[in-house]
Ligand binder design. Structure first.
Ligand SMILES: *Cc1c(COP(=O)(O)O)cnc(C)c1O
Length: 398
């Protein structure tokens, strides 16, 4: 008989009852170092007092009023995001997929309003992940995810990552814009080259189309900049954020330039929960931490230290790992043996990670990890990798 909770996940038999920083404790008292961070979401750590206190205080006052009224917490969070980024305006929602839906709708609607209703197609990239709603599934383009859900939503074209000629060839009179993750998360920590990002910007300008960035996973400080595109010195027209933006509280956002955002006038788009006082209080508390002086520099420093350790592990265990990759604290170990086996070996050592595409083990710890967390994680990885060796030897001997 089916379980009461829909079994659409292969869940590990672990249940956590509390956390502190990068550490989680199970209901039966075991301790794990969480380098998955709820899939790159618990950005400022578990049990963060500043975040928890802010949420609790707001919950006691008012959680939800609907978007029929002004919401000071949302106005404040939007203003802070505008001040910190390229954006002129922000729309809040509850998840990543919803943020991407909003971003896609903004691009299409702006083309429509500018007299180009025929320009509705979005160029996306192989290996992308944009979400599980019908339109974001089509944008993702992965056949496994699309199968059985009817005709894919029309208007998404896929080209290889880091191939400018393929992008230019895909642009035609129906193109509204380009949608790209500066660092693909689910796809296996695959980075768009800095030059490619610059070229996408100039290509969008040349053809009069929009550059939309999905920074749901790589944004909110994860690469060591507030948003990953800042490394390329470019600005998008529109950007989606979620995951780390709420530090574990469900929150998504679409950040836009006025020229693309201004056409979502009353009646064109909406959400009941999106941007409510509770969620935006969480978002403001997260920003307090991430925008504090020196915080992002520390992400860079810790990311470099972790990456150096990962590279050494890849060198020391060549039959388990092929390479280390990524930027800041969105890192990956490309595995030789199935990444799921390495993940299980790490879990057995007390270290949580997440698998990703291309047989990569994703390492996306809370941004607040300490140097000793890094040292402990690397030690657990070494023990876990060593535990994988006999199996590899067996396979090699066959
Ligand atoms: C997780 C993710 C999404 C989808 O977010 P949900 O909150 O699961 O809807 C979209 N894009 C990227 C890059 C993601 O990592």
């Amino acid at each position: 008989m089916i379980s009461a909770l829909l079994p659409n996940y292969n869940r590990a038999p672990l249940a956590f009852e509390r956390g502190e920083g990068a550490w989680l404790w199970t209901t039966d008292g075991r301790r794990f170092l969480d380098f998955g961070a709820g899939i790159a979401t618990a950005s400022i750590g578990h049990g963060n007092k500043h975040l928890a206190d802010a949420i609790a205080a707001q919950a006691h006052k008012v959680m939800h009023v609907s978007n029929l009224y002004r919401i000071p917490q949302a106005e404040m969070l939007a203003q802070r995001l505008v001040d910190a980024t390229f954006a002129d305006t922000v729309f809040f929602c509850n998840s990543g997929a919803e943020a991407n839906e909003g971003m896609i709708k903004m691009m299409r609607r702006a083309m429509f309003a500018n007299g180009h209703p025929e320009r509705y197609k979005i160029i996306c990239f192989e290996g992308a992940f944009h979400g599980r709603t019908l339109a974001t599934l089509a944008a993702t383009g992965n056949h496994h995810y699309l199968e059985g859900f009817g005709p894919p939503v029309e208007g998404f074209v896929h080209v290889p990552l880091n191939n400018l000629n393929a992008v230019r060839n895909a642009i035609d009179g129906q193109t509204a814009g380009i949608m790209i993750e500066p660092v693909q998360g689910e796809g296996g920590i695959r980075s768009a080259d800095i030059q490619f990002m610059k070229d996408l910007r100039s290509t969008c300008d040349e053809f009069g189309i929009f550059l939309g960035l999905d920074e749901i996973q790589c944004g909110m400080g994860r690469t060591g900049k507030l948003f990953a595109h800042e490394w390329a010195g470019i600005e998008p027209d529109v950007l989606s954020a979620a995951k780390g933006i709420g530090g574990g509280f469900p929150l998504g956002a679409v950040l836009a330039r006025e020229a693309v955002g201004k056409y979502l006038v009353p009646g064109t788009h909406g959400t009941t929960y999106g941007g409510n006082p509770l969620a935006c209080t969480a978002g403001n508390a997260v920003l307090d931490v991430i925008l504090a002086p020196g915080f992002l520099d520390e992400v860079v420093r810790k990311g470099n230290a972790l990456m150096a350790g990962l590279k050494q592990i890849a060198v020391d265990f060549p039959s388990v790992f092929e390479a280390a990759r990524g930027k800041g604290l969105i890192l990956g170990l490309k595995c030789v043996i199935p990444a799921g086996e390495v993940q299980a070996a790490f879990t057995a050592q007390g270290l949580m990670t997440v698998t990703a595409g291309e047989n990569v083990l994703r390492i996306v710890p809370p941004l607040v990890i300490t140097d000793s967390d890094i040292a402990e994680a690397l030690a657990m990885m070494r023990r876990g990798a060593a535990a994988c060796l006999p199996d590899v030897a067996k396979v090699a001997a066959q």
